[in-house]
Each structure stands twice: as structure tokens, then as C-alpha cells.
Design a protein around this ligand. Structure first.
Ligand SMILES: [Zn+2]
Length: 508
């Protein structure tokens, strides 16, 4: 990762400038910083916090519950053709939820070089059901205007006094304005750290949603990916080429460095020595080309939503601004139990079912080794991979499907004995020894079950046999040995083919 400064940012749009401008966020931010130089310090502080969070966590999904962001669409229209219908806006929200959870149908088109890179971001969106005054709302405002278009330089769509619409509190809602933006710009976003009065995302009405309607769709930007891209910026994602060529990174370590935006769907395009991830939502391809966020991008976005993050208050507002409240949590599994099934190879792991879980991710290791992962559909799993006298550790997390994954449970550990009856024979003690007429045998077996006691002589001949049932605690058996001659004998304790042996003598 390299340091990036928005000041002095070299804007590289490439030679392939089109009539439509995929995204004007870089130009918008440069303009904003020129007007409000103090934003730079905010953005630097946010970047420092982001690095701190990302350094402390892997780029794997965080294991926390989903973050949910309340959304309000502000439709600002001049004439019915710009008055985007509710169902198109609902469709746009659906696209955001699919794309941010990697449940979009076209995720399967990711080229093989990047199939290990895409991930669910654990971020979802709701249409706000409560407005800033506490009243019920559809999460959609509609404002008729006499303006025929809005410009990103004046940002006038965000001001009621200028024919636009004032935002709802940016600390509680993601404001998405939908209107006619001049100069063929599809959309632009404000990064975290800017003024609350202009915070949010702007989408041209032609490129909103994925549903055909009177004035849409705006092929080839007709699948709602403009909003996915711009909301990525709103959550602090940069363009995948870092807006500065091969020498500038996007602040995400798992995305390949790239020199310039890609247009269309140039799947084989190589720049800076590596294959470009042109299917990334933060590139400039057509809507049917953009299908994935990387795991690292998810981690970078979540860094804005954790406590202390620049968008944390918006995610927290879901509890009161979304009718369903925040997404249900996926609880950490409890009741972990390890059972030695057959020493020294086989043990089973089990835990209590978690409400809403569709499966579990089990991790196990020999103590001190690397974790290995197994997906389990039920609440137990038996393994026959163990070795005697070694310590094993395991833990489990629940996968609640659309509700995300839980954190990992506490680590459960066990030592695999050489024998189910114990490795040393100390579970069996004989007394008195030497014996005379009666021998007392105290047994301790950790597992319940049937145990055969066999008295053998030095030649291995079985002289006496007794079967007892152990209940998992200590048992005492008394044998009449008055018929045995003076000499040395053995007591074998046998269970499931395993045996423990102790000797005693008869001396009269
Ligand atoms: Zn952009």
C-alpha cells in the first residue's frame, strides 16, 4: 500500500473519454477540497484509522453481524419522465444488497484469476422506514423542480434552495439523490470526511435501477452498478487503479495495481505487469461487466463501520431507521464438547445448534499448528485423524446465510490418550499386593461402557473372567483368588480391543 493524497491528485481519465462519464467522484472531491481545504485533515485521519483497523484484522470476513445502512432516495424531477418510479428504486436497493453480499447472479462470470478474490462485504442496505422527524416513510422523497439539469460542480441537487433537495442527516442515512446530471455524468459520491450538508451519492436518473421504465434503461449502464460503484466510494473505496497509474495503489492490498480505467469489458487487459481486475465494481466497465468486490475492499469498507469509523453512526441508526431493525445477528456457537470415540485415532466434536444457522465452519489443529477448515452442515463431526498423547484444539463459527456469520467460539482442547482406558494403566490399582484370598481392583475409566477383567497366568492362560459395566466414574471389583497358587498373575482390563495390564502376586 502506498500513501495517497487527494491534493495534487493526477486525474487520469485515459484517452478513451466517452460521451458518458462513468464516475465523477475524483473531480467532485478535488473540487470539494479546493472549497474546503480542512477536509484533507479529516480524510487523513480516516485513512490512518482505516489502516489501523485493517492492520488488526485479516481481510477475511469479520465474523461480526451484518452492517445495515438506512438509505433514502431523493428523486428530484423535471417532468414525469424523470420521476423514477418506486419499483425501480426498490430494484436499485436490491442490486446494492445483491452486489454487496456477492449474491448477484453474475458473480459466476468472474474470470479464474480472480475467483479466489471476491467476497461478501457483510454490508447491507434498507430503505429507511422512519424519517428524521420520527414519522413513517417509504425511504423515498419526491421533489418537483424547474431546473432542467444539475451540475456536479455546484452540487445544487443537494440544496432545496437551489431547486434540489436538502439531505436527511448524513450521520443517520445514506442520501442518494436521483436526477438529471449535466455533462453525461452517470454519478458521483462524497468520500467520508466531507461536509454533512453534501454527504451522499448522486445518480443520474437514466442509470438508476435495473428495471426498464419509461425513460430507461441507459444501456450499457442499465443494471444498477453505477450506485454500487458510487456507494463503494461513499464507504471509502478508491478506483481500482488508484487514480494515479501504476505508482499509486487503491489502499487495498489484494487488488492488482492498474494504470487506468478499463471500459467495456476488457477481460484480458494487462497493465502494470498484471491482469487487471476489470470486473471489479470500482473499475469503469459496462454494468454487465462489473460483478465483484474483493475481500480487501470489503475489509476497507467495514473499517468505516466499526466503532470509531467514519460511517459507524449510519450503521448504528439501522436499529431505529429500518423497519426490520438491523439484520439479525448470528450467534456464536456454545456447548462445545469433545468426545474420545476410539483412542488413539478417533474423536467427535459437537456443539449446540445456533438459531438461523445454515451450516458451520469448523477449524481444528494440533496445538500450535495451523488451523484447518471444514464445513459442517449439522452440529457434530467425527474425525479419525488423531495421534496418541497429542493435544488438539478446535473451534466453530455459525453461518447464518444472509444474516452473515458469527464470530468463532472459544477454543476447545483435548488430549488424545493412547488408549481409551488410559495410557499408563494407573486407572487400575490392585490391592492388597501380594494378595492372599481376596483381590480388590479399583478401576477408573473416563468413558462408560462394558469392560472385561481377565486374570491370566505367566503363560497367558485365562484363569478367571468377569464383565462389568462402567458408568464413567470409579468402580471397585472384588475377586476371590483363594483358588490361585502362590505366584505372579496379571489382570487385563479390556475394552473395545484395547487393554491395560497390571500384575499381582499370591503369597500365603
Ligand atoms: Zn468512481
Amino acid at each position: 500500500m502506498k500513501q495517497i493524497s487527494w491534493l495534487g491528485l493526477a486525474l487520469v481519465l485515459g484517452s478513451n473519454v466517452q460521451a458518458q462519464h462513468r464516475c465523477n467522484t475524483s473531480e467532485y472531491m478535488e473540487n470539494l477540497i479546493n472549497q474546503h481545504p480542512e477536509i484533507t485533515a479529516n480524510m487523513e485521519a480516516i485513512e490512518a484509522h482505516t489502516r489501523e483497523v485493517m492492520a488488526g484484522a485479516s481481510t477475511e470476513r469479520s465474523g461480526v453481524a451484518l452492517y445495515t445502512i438506512p438509505v433514502v432516495f431523493h428523486v428530484v424531477y423535471n417532468g414525469a419522465s424523470e420521476n423514477v418510479p418506486d419499483y425501480v428504486l426498490q430494484g436499485q436497493l436490491d442490486v446494492l444488497n445483491e452486489d454487496f453480499s456477492a449474491t448477484n447472479a453474475d458473480i459466476s462470470s468472474v474470470v479464474s484469476s480472480f475467483t479466489s478474490l471476491w467476497d461478501d462485504t457483510d454490508i447491507q442496505f434498507c430503505l429507511a422506514s422512519v424519517d428524521p422527524s420520527g414519522n413513517p416513510t417509504t425511504g423515498i422523497t419526491r421533489t418537483a423542480t424547474t431546473r432542467t439539469s444539475f451540475s456536479f460542480t455546484s452540487d445544487n441537487i443537494k440544496r432545496s434552495a437551489d431547486g434540489g433537495k436538502d439531505p436527511w442527516p448524513a450521520s443517520q442515512y445514506l442520501n442518494i439523490w436521483v436526477g438529471d446530471i449535466s455533462s453525461g455524468i452517470l454519478g458521483y459520491a462524497q468520500f467520508p470526511g466531507g461536509p454533512a450538508a453534501t454527504d451522499g451519492v448522486v445518480i443520474d436518473y437514466l442509470y438508476t435501477g435495473r428495471d426498464s421504465w419509461a425513460s430507461g434503461p441507459g444501456f450499457p449502464f442499465d443494471l444498477g452498478r453505477t450506485a454500487t460503484h458510487e456507494v463503494g466510494h461513499w464507504l471509502n473505496l478508491r478506483h481500482i487503479w488508484g487514480d494515479g497509474g501504476c505508482g499509486v495503489d487503491d489502499g487495498v492490498s489484494d487488488t492488482p495495481v492498474s494504470d487506468n480505467p478499463n471500459y467495456g469489458c476488457a477481460l484480458t487487459h494487462v497493465s502494470c505487469g498484471t491482469l487487471d481486475n476489470v470486473q471489479n465494481y470500482m473499475d469503469y466497465g459496462d454494468d454487465d461487466c462489473l460483478v465483484m468486490f474483493s475481500a480487501g475492499q470489503g475489509a476497507r469498507m467495514r473499517a468505516t463501520l466499526v466503532p470509531g469509523g467514519s460511517r459507524a453512526s449510519v450503521a448504528a441508526a439501522a436499529a431505529t431507521k429500518c423497519s426490520a431493525g438491523p439484520a439479525p445477528t448470528c450467534n456464536i456457537p456454545t456447548g462445545l464438547t469433545s468426545t474420545i470415540v476410539s483412542a488413539p485415532t478417533t474423536a467427535s466434536t459437537s456443539w449446540t445448534a445456533v438459531s438461523g444457522a445454515v451450516g458451520y465452519d469448523l477449524q481444528g489443529r494440533q496445538a500450535g499448528g495451523a488451523w484447518r477448515d471444514v464445513s459442517v452442515s449439522g452440529t457434530s463431526r467425527t474425525f479419525n485423524i488423531f495421534k496418541a498423547n497429542r493435544t488438539y484444539e478446535w473451534r466453530v463459527q455459525a453461518d447464518c446465510g444472509a444474516s452473515g456469520v458469527s464470530g468463532y467460539s472459544a477454543i476447545q482442547s483435548f488430549v488424545m490418550p493412547a488408549s481409551r482406558l488410559g495410557a499408563t494403566g494407573t486407572e487400575m490399582s490392585l490391592f492388597p499386593n501380594p494378595a492372599n484370598s481376596e483381590l480388590t481392583i479399583d478401576l477408573m475409566a473416563s468413558n462408560a461402557g462394558q469392560v472385561d477383567l481377565v486374570v491370566v497366568d505367566l503363560l497367558g492362560r485365562a484363569l478367571m473372567t468377569q464383565t462389568i459395566t462402567m458408568d464413567g466414574s470409579a468402580s471397585r471389583v472384588q475377586l476371590d483368588v483363594s483358588n490361585l497358587n502362590n505366584g505372579t498373575y496379571f489382570v487385563q482390563m479390556i475394552s473395545n480391543g484395547e487393554r491395560v495390564v497390571s500384575n499381582f502376586t499370591i503369597a500365603r
